[in-house]
Design a protein around this ligand. Structure first.
Ligand code: ADP
Ligand code: MG
Length: 637
């Protein structure tokens, strides 16, 4: 062959790829066999692309060649060859695809690898660097390729995976497609053995949809398992197919297999993985369903068959009605495609609904893994009824954040005469539990949903209602509306009631406090809702919850603190003492300090306080004073 070379060219691998190769060759020894899976998968992609071109009516070189993958091995020479009759590559393409131009995937792969080496074999195929895994087993690799384009020249690519590669255009003709010749390393010569090859192909590549031939025998079974009746498929087959599809080593959490006949005909085989694959911070692009038309793969990882909030679902959809020559760009506008995608979305939501009903534990597992992404479904208005039933929340009635409830659970245990669903938003369960707004609800035994995931606020405000029940934030509730509910818990050991005279003094104290705070509050008044806290802030109108206002601030880039009403707990020791101070000297500066402090701490609890300096200075000054008193009381020197 060397005689027929017309041009010879030597190229350096991109730095990142050199680093990748170095790691592959020197430190990844486990599961070397996956290089076969990666090469076969590339061949299969190349065949899919060819079939796609052919369906489009493109003029194809050697159009009569059967679409297949062939493996040859020579044990004596330590050679393994994998060939396909796919699209092939021209010189420019091979240089672009293997070796030089931007392969951002390799940087990302290296980053993930540095976090967890064990994962290497499961993830290598996901970063567009699968080809290089061949150098785990090869001391030299040759690629002979002939593009499907009619007037292309065949090429030969050679590398030992060290730092550079050579590409030559060939003059003689070779069959269309790509042949990878692998010169196996001494410690990888097992991959030239018949039984080893057979077992590796069966294990990793059994579901490839083109024949994989080895010594005249076809190794894979090629069955479109999603087209077969459910009853004829064993669970192990589903699992095997799932692992093939996702490279996951675990079984899926859920398998959804449906055949739809009317009004449109399609098959779907969908999986929900046990673990959210996104934990590796993968390629955000690495999701979607494989779209087949009449068993022909049209698009790998189509992103429009399911809405993004269900993007954790893997699988295959195979349509009978879409035209084979459809272009990927116009898919989204195709009416049949839209109907299929609506129907597939429905299938996933129904499967989840069934899971939530029949297997609560499994659903809890699902929720734990996918709640974050699933909640984004609040924008899917068409499916809002189903979506709402699938939501889970923490609540004041739960013992801990492990046990979650649905809106239906909430409604079922609502009080007689209760119409609304109460919720509160905050930064954590702990923060919500000590929020003063909760106190009156606790006392009356009214359950309150705890929302502390940032997306919850969007979810709640876009739902607004569950069945006939309005969703209402506790800081929007008018206290008089709660009068119809009897106290279940007694108020904390009742403070002695105030004398008439003291009541009068108290209302002067409250006016004084209003003067101190000025425009920051609309009013300072006695609270009916507080048991444990000395004071809290409530909204002047009940149109918007505090957290919604904060979000509006963020969106409009303002730092406005809306004017609020300050409510004071007149039975609280602090307020009683403040009253004493007030009675002795209504202008005592201690009153101003405490009032400002109560206001700032309330702001802090509501998440409004942006500058804590004043608050901290005041606390420190007060601590200093109290330490004086403390040492006096304890008679310390
Ligand atoms: P990925 O398959 O994820 O793109 P790989 O490293 O496995 O990443 O392959 C890189 C690229 O090399 C492929 O995208 C493809 O363009 C090209 N390639 C590899 N093998 C073949 C083949 N057998 N036929 C045609 N092109 C191939
Ligand atoms: Mg690949």
């Amino acid at each position: 062959m060397s005689k027929t070379k017309v041009k010879q060219n030597k190229y350096e691998f991109k730095a990142e790829i050199k680093e990748l190769l170095n790691i592959l060759v020197h430190s990844l020894y486990t599961h070397k066999e996956i290089f076969i899976r990666e090469l076969i998968s590339n061949s299969s992609d190349a065949l899919d692309k060819l079939r796609f071109e052919s369906n489009k009516g493109t003029d194809i070189y050697q159009n009569d060649l059967p679409l297949e993958i062939t493996i040859e091995a020579d044990e004596k020479k330590n050679l393994l060859t994998i060939s396909d009759t796919g699209v092939g590559m021209t010189k420019d393409e091979v240089i672009k695809n293997i070796g030089t131009i931007a392969k951002s995937g390799s940087a990302e792969f290296l980053k993930q690898l540095s976090k967890n080496k064990e994962q290497a074999n499961n993830i290598i195929g996901k970063f567009g660097v699968g080809f290089y895994s061949v150098f785990m087993a090869a001391e030299k690799v040759e690629i002979i390729s002939r593009s499907f384009k009619k007037d292309a020249k065949p090429i030969k690519w050679v590398s030992d995976g060290m730092g550079s590669f050579e590409v030559t255009e060939l003059d003689e003709d070779v069959p269309r497609g790509t042949k990878i010749i692998i010169h196996l390393k001494e410690d990888a010569k097992e991959f030239a053995e018949k039984y080893r090859i057979e077992s590796v192909v069966k294990k990793h590549s059994n579901f490839i949809t083109f024949p994989i031939k080895f010594e005249k025998e076809q190794l894979n079974t090629i069955s479109a398992i999603w087209r077969e009746p459910k009853s004829s498929i064993k669970k192990e087959q589903y699992i095997e197919f799932y692992k093939f599809l996702t490279y996951d080593t675990e079984e899926p959490l859920e398998i959804i297999h449906r055949a739809v006949d009317a009004p449109i005909q399609f098959n779907s085989l969908l999986f929900i993985p046990k673990k959210n694959m996104d934990i590796f911070g993968f390629n955000r692009e690495d999701y979607g369903l494989d779209l087949y038309i009449k068993r022909v793969l049209i698009q790998h990882k189509n992103k429009d068959l399911l809405p993004e909030y269900l993007s954790f679902v893997n699988g295959v959809v195979d349509s009978e009605d879409l035209p084979l020559n459809i272009s990927r760009e116009t898919l989204q506008e195709n009416l049949i495609f839209t109907k299929i995608s609506n129907s597939v979305t429905g299938q996933v939501l129904s499967a989840l609904t069934k899971m939530a009903k029949d297997d609560k534990e499994k659903y809890a597992q699902f929720w734990k893994e996918y709640a974050r992404i699933f909640k984004m479904g609040y924008t899917d208005y068409a499916n809002q009824d189903k979506y709402m039933e699938l939501l889970r929340f923490d609540s004041s009635a739960n013992k801990d954040s492990e046990t979650l409830i649905s809106l239906a659970d909430y409604v079922e245990r609502m009080k007689k005469d209760q119409k609304e669903i109460y919720y509160m938003t905050g930064s954590s369960r702990e923060a919500l539990q000590i929020d003063p707004h909760l106190e009156v609800f606790k006392r009356k035994g009214l359950e309150v949903l705890y929302l502390y995931d940032p997306v919850d606020e969007f979810v709640i405000s876009s739902l607004a209602k569950y069945k006939d029940h309005e969703l209402k934030s506790v800081d929007q509730v008018e206290l008089k509306d709660l009068d119809k509910f009897k106290d279940e818990e007694d108020k904390k050991p009742k403070a002695e009631s105030l004398s008439k005279e003291d009541e009068l003094q108290l209302s002067s104290l409250l006016s004084k406090m209003k003067d101190i705070l000025g425009e920051k509050v609309k009013e300072v008044k006695v609270s009916e809702r507080l048991d444990d806290s000395p004071a809290c802030l409530v909204n002047t109108d009940n149109t918007m919850s505090a957290s919604m206002q904060k979000m509006m601030n963020i969106m409009s880039n303002k730092e406005e603190i809306p004017q609020k009403i300050m409510e004071v707990n007149k039975d609280h020791k602090l307020i009683r003492n403040l009253l004493k101070v007030f009675k002795a000297d209504s202008n005592d500066k201690y009153i101003a300090e405490v009032t400002e402090q109560l206001y700032d701490t309330s702001l802090l609890l509501e998440g409004y306080l942006t500058d804590p300096h004043k608050l901290v200075n005041r606390v420190n000054a007060m601590l200093e004073e109290s330490s004086e008193w403390y040492t006096e009381v304890k008679k310390l020197k």
